[in-house]
Design a protein around this ligand. Structure first.
Ligand SMILES: [Zn+2]
Ligand SMILES: [Zn+2]
Length: 251
């Protein structure tokens, strides 16, 4: 399995598209989150945009969800016919349909391709397009589900937004790659993770590598050295600070 970092930014970073990951296996793609600035970056960095088979939405903040009108309307405009699975928390279908009604009604009213909705929950395991998905709640300002994606014997954990919980730690066990939000450096503030916390989390999960994403824009701009210092102290753990377009092969 391959992971392409479509975006690595937080909500309002003007330089880095919203955090969004593309998992690829067996010629199929699964997009993890699609925020308002991630959708354009998807078409910039996805090797074969039309090979996308599914989109997972971790929660309904705009920087994770509001790129869907762009993505779906562009697919329709380009004549897509292959169905697309859309996976997310309770009421994913209702929320996506409301968003489309307000923006591009024609995607719903005269569709060129079918949307297949799947509701995710902590007790759910889903098999979609050759990927197995499982979920666990993080600690964020609105309910958010971290996800574990498995294909070809490889595993990718993505936190979505929020601090780690016992459930997300269990979900991330022995993952080939943990992509964790690290909004703050070390300030323990409710609702978001930290660089230190993400490194500790990956170590505790016995992951093979960790990628830090969704870093607060001021910290990313002015605190790069401090972040790299923390990463150097991660010991045997492979720690990455990816940018848009970076690709990681997950063993
Ligand atoms: Zn966010
Ligand atoms: Zn959020």
């Amino acid at each position: 399995m391959q992971c392409i970092f479509i975006g690595v930014g937080e909500a309002f970073d003007e330089r880095h598209p919203n955090t969004s990951l593309l998992a690829r296996a067996g010629g199929a793609g699964m997009l993890l989150d699609c925020g308002f600035t991630a959708a354009a970056a998807y078409f910039r960095h996805a090797p074969e945009p039309d090979s996308l088979r599914a989109v997972y939405i971790s929660h309904f903040h705009g920087d994770h969800f509001c790129g869907l009108p762009y993505l779906l309307a562009r697919f329709k405009e380009e004549g897509r016919t292959r169905p697309l699975a859309v996976i997310g928390r309770r009421d994913i279908q209702g929320k996506v349909e409301r968003l489309l009604k307000l923006s591009y009604r024609s995607v719903l009213e005269t569709p060129s391709f079918r949307l297949d909705f799947h509701e995710a929950g902590s007790e759910t395991a889903l098999d979609v397009a050759g990927f197995r998905l499982r979920f666990a709640p993080s600690a964020h300002s609105q309910p958010c589900l971290a996800v574990r994606v498995e294909a070809d014997g490889a595993s990718l954990f993505y936190s979505g937004d929020g601090r780690p919980t016992a459930e997300t730690l269990a979900l991330a066990q022995s993952a080939g790659l943990v992509a964790h939000e690290a909004y703050h450096l070390d300030r323990d503030v409710p609702g978001h993770g930290t660089v230190d916390g993400a490194l500790d989390f990956a170590r505790q999960a016995d992951a093979q590598a960790v990628a830090l994403v969704h870093i607060e824009r001021g910290l990313r701009r002015n605190g790069r050295e401090r972040i790299l210092n923390r990463m150097e102290r991660a010991g045997d753990l492979r720690a990455l600070l990816p940018v848009s377009g970076d690709t990681v092969d997950i063993p």
